[in-house]
Design a binder for this molecule. Sequence first.
Ligand SMILES: Nc1nc2c(ncn2[C@@H]2O[C@H](COP(=O)(O)OP(=O)(O)OP(=O)(O)O)[C@@H](O)[C@H]2O)c(=O)[nH]1
Ligand SMILES: [Mg+2]
Ligand SMILES: [Zn+2]
Length: 293
Amino acid sequence: MPEGKIIKALSGFYYVLDDERVIQCRGRGVFRKNKITPLVGDTVVYQAENDREGYIMEIHQRKNELIRPPIANVDQAILIFSVKEPDFSSILLDRFLVIIEANDINPIICLTKMDLLSNDEKNDLLGYVRDYEQMGYDIILSSSKTQVGIQELLPFLKGKISVLAGQSGVGKSSLLNAINPDLSLKTSHISTHLGRGKHTTRHVELIDIEHGLVADTPGFSALEFDDLEVEDLSSCFPEMSQRSHECKFRGCIHLNEPKCAIKKAVEDLVIPQYRYEHYLQFLQEIKDRKPRY
Ligand SMILES: Nc1nc2c(ncn2[C@@H]2O[C@H](COP(=O)(O)OP(=O)(O)OP(=O)(O)O)[C@@H](O)[C@H]2O)c(=O)[nH]1
Ligand SMILES: [Mg+2]
Ligand SMILES: [Zn+2]
């Protein structure tokens, strides 16, 4: 039976790309029964009914999977944050980073709408940029309006499967349109976003761009650390995981333990105070999470 990759999921149909053609498939009933949902990015075995329609019979083992946005087998996540409208939030960025790190996906940070910042605001932002670079993250400053940073982003996309992730209205679709105007992805003004609480992009779809595949996704605002345990959290903060072997106690969660290298690094201003505060907040959220059975 032929194989292909799901590039779009919409209204119960899965669009499977096999070489040059796209077959519109339904999932087999057995998936629903076993609560397996085929995801965009899945490599699947399908049975063709004719040259346009078919059934998904089997899903290959996934390298990774995200719940929000729902996608599998991505090489990297491009985390999109606007610097204004909505304003930049380092705690939201850290939330996304933790979830991406926990899934072993390489994150790239892209800050959008740089054209909306005054020079003073730009200087404030550069403080954050330096911090995140120091932690080892790639961070790109961009504007879809003035085309700033667009060229810089292109080499990251080549030959990879990337997912764009970020809140609604930060400019994900606009960014893809800036890379390739032929895409003409729908975008919409922020006030309509807030007013109706709706996303302009309604589904996940992999798009062929710059010799890679990129998933535009609907934005989302709530993110939870569903699968993360207390003792795993600091491994999602690279500047902490680098130093945790220097803590006196093995399995130190950098909270109340004596001779903790992380708390020392925060005191010495080597680790930014806000990163440690976010760490503590996330730790508490994980502790407060309702037990699952
Ligand atoms: N000034 C400025 N506005 C931008 C920029 N990028 C996007 N916008 C505006 O921001 C609004 C939202 O952009 P979208 O591209 O629809 O945002 P999105 O992230 O795709 O939103 P969802 O699909 O709902 O998740 C639109 O009004 C865009 O014109 C930018 O670089 N500069
Ligand atoms: Mg969009
Ligand atoms: Zn410690």
